[in-house]
Write a protein that binds this ligand. Structure first.
Ligand code: PLP
Length: 426
């Protein structure tokens, strides 16, 4: 059935999907077509049930269809779906974000993480009067042209486009350093004095699985940016409200100049946001000259869902409880791997984690790339058979929600025993 739908899908949509990872290219086979979700579970078109560790790639921190979000959506629907005019609700959401994340004094709502990061670097370029940006290999900041860039051969060469259609002249303005290697960033700043508008970084690299910052790395970036007159942007689209009530910056105690958000702040609806220092955000139109706009920005449904989610996250003990559930999931995976004699390095920060088929440690891009993709592929398909839906790529983070209960854990434990044995079988 899924195969038939996939054939149809390939006729009308590139690769049959609306976002590449959904096509299962890194694990092989046809993707599961989802019919519905409930709590920690998703159900496919045939009614098969899976414990969901994808959670829409991060937004669903309370699982599928949490009562709070559904209630808020129903109330919003009764009033209208979009106005293109100010609403009280969007003010409250902006205040909530500013209250929770101390470095964010003002915020602009947009429709996706991609929009947030594109707008943030525009603002950084405008505020500094400089064009060059620094990013890290393996960090993902959405699909804006300036981010689809890799390092040239040799650390100090110009950036090269990683996608056709990205102008080489624009890519040349993106310098690429190594994540968790402060010196590689310093060398780029030395090579281009006075040129960098900003450093943009995922404070926890979540698009190569889950690679936490080494001690001193983020602090070093903050100092480097400040010393050289550049801005520090934390891309917290994944980590914001996921790893801590104030995001990764709250967890590590570092205030960036600008922050981008998305995923969790939309409660499962399309939202992004960028914010930060008031003197910077005051430069965004119409307060200032830096143009950025959106027909559906601050959409009432998205704002209602996001507000309901952020309200629920503020309940005392939410993150402590999520930490316990996440630690339990990590423990059953690690235990099953050990019993199967399968080398595994599981990196975890709160409710985001990644099991790498590698001896470890996995602390940089090279180590991530060195993990065993074939073992991952076998592991992935065995888990699916066991009723568990992991991320369909060795480079995607897994997520745990507050809806992942004992039943979800039991199903996971059972499936993992078989899946790690399968992973190591020749
Ligand atoms: C998901 C993600 C983005 C892109 O967000 P979209 O809503 O998919 O455009 C940007 N940065 C990071 C760190 C992300 O995880």
């Amino acid at each position: 059935m899924a195969a038939t739908w996939m054939e149809r899908a390939r006729h009308s949509m590139p690769g049959g999907v609306n976002s590449p990872v959904r096509a299962f290219r890194s694990v092989g086979g046809d993707p599961v077509f989802v019919a519905r979700g409930e709590g920690a579970m998703i159900f496919d078109a045939q009614g098969r049930r899976y414990v969901d560790y994808v959670l829409s790639y991060g937004p669903l921190i309370m699982g599928h269809r949490p009562a709070e979000v559904l209630g808020a959506l129903k109330a919003a629907l009764a009033k209208g779906t979009s106005f293109g005019m100010p609403t009280e609700e969007e003010v409250v959401l902006a205040e909530t974000i500013c209250d929770r994340v101390p470095s964010v004094e003002m915020v602009r709502l947009v429709n996706s993480g991609t929009e947030a990061t594109m707008s943030a670097i525009r603002l950084a370029r405008a505020a500094t009067g400089r064009d060059r940006i620094l990013k890290f290999e393996g960090c993902y900041h959405g699909h804006g042209d300036s981010f689809l860039v890799k390092a040239g051969s040799g650390a100090l060469t110009l950036g090269h486009p990683t996608s056709p259609g990205v102008p080489a002249d624009l890519a040349a303005l993106t310098s690429v350093a190594d994540y968790n290697d402060l010196d590689s960033a310093v060398r780029l700043f030395d090579a281009h004095p006075g040129e960098f508008a900003c450093i943009i970084v995922e404070p926890i690299a979540g698009n190569i699985g889950c690679v936490p910052p080494r001690a001193g790395f983020l602090e070093g970036l903050k100092e480097l940016a400040a010393d050289r007159g550049a801005l520090l942007i934390f891309d917290e689209v994944m980590t914001g409200f996921r790893v801590h009530a104030a995001g990764a910056q709250g967890l590590y105690g570092i205030d960036p100049d600008l922050t981008t958000m998305g995923k969790v702040i939309g409660g499962g609806l399309p939202v992004g946001a960028y914010g930060g220092r008031r003197d910077l955000m005051e430069q965004v139109a119409p307060a200032g000259p830096v143009y950025q706009a959106g027909t559906l920005s601050g959409n009432p449904l998205a704002v209602a869902a996001g507000q309901a989610a952020l309200d629920a996250l503020a309940r005392p003990g939410f993150y402590e409880d999520l930490e316990e559930r996440s630690a339990a999931v990590a423990m059953v995976l690690e235990g099953a791997a050990e019993r199967a004699g399968c080398p595994l390095t599981l990196n975890r920060v709160g409710s985001m984690f990644c099991p790498y088929f590698a001896e470890g440690p996995v602390e940089d891009y090279a180590a991530v790339m060195g993990a065993d993709a074939e073992r991952h592929r076998r592991f992935f398909h065995a888990l699916l058979e066991g009723g568990v839906m992991p991320a369909p790529s060795p480079f995607e983070a897994w997520f745990v929600s507050s809806a992942h209960d004992d039943e979800a854990l039991e199903i996971t434990a059972k499936a993992a025993e078989a899946a790690f044995r399968r992973a190591v079988a020749d």
